[in-house]
Design a protein around this ligand. Sequence first.
Ligand code: DGY
Length: 323
Amino acid sequence: MTRPAILVARPIFPEVLALLREHFEVDHHNGENALPPAELVARLQGKVGALTTGSERIDAALLAACPDLKIVANMAVGYNNFDVPAMTARGVLATNTPDVLTDTTADFGFALLMATARRVTESEHFLRAGLWTQWRYDMFAGAEVHGSTLGILGMGRIGQGIAKRGAHGFGMKVIYHNRSRLSPALEAECKATYVSKAELLAQADHLVLVLPYSPESHHAMGAAEIGQMKPTATLINIARGGIVDDAALAVALRERRIAAAGLDVYEGEPKVHPDLLTVPNVVLTPHIASATVKTRLAMARLAADNLIGYLTQGKALTPINGS
Ligand code: DGY
């Protein structure tokens, strides 16, 4: 009997590839760069499943050109690379990898917040450049973290993880804004107070973005919103590129309208707005919030299990648009 054919669109752990090969005929794109759209379509011909990352766009045009496709398993909790209504209309199951990365990503949100507030990378560049000649009272004096006000925009699982770290670990006052308010029990667990977006922007000493990207959240932090933040505040984006207007942020950082920013995601990544590369008061990392070996393996394994479950037994573990 011929086995179902799938495409693994990116390099992946060898043990996960081996597991998939026990069940499927696997076409593996092991190249450094994501497949351009036309090549992705060509490689998907005759494939019933695909394992993707945020780099592969699954939209109506691709779906129309790949009629055999039944499931696309994203190795990411975010799935703004999927046109979910188009997938549903074509009967293609979409899956993602929630939960397995929550704590790891919340840890990184905090790492980026700390590095940004305490000017860790900026001071390291100074030291490496041989510029450290003496101690000074104001040398790389940054913003206080403990006891300050932590603002969180988007209060899903990762946002809640960041709230708990801030409230319980650093004695921070936690305020948040979200489309829907948490239950009183969850608010108590996170020690978090719901506020309007305007209050959040005005009161946060450190503002962490953890909301999903959608047309509604595009430039949720533009020049006007950044302008409502305290001049001493820091802005952290571990959500998705496009939520922050990166060009406007670079201007605000250069003009010190806010103190600093920490970014793990960018509009049009892996390209980074050139102005962000030249301002000193920003910490830049290449979309690594979920990148520990254990968590990335768990994400890859969950994406593989979604393909195996759905294509061999008709049931995926973490579906977005079906069962
Ligand atoms: C996610 O899981 O959404 C991370 O951002 C990796 O893409």
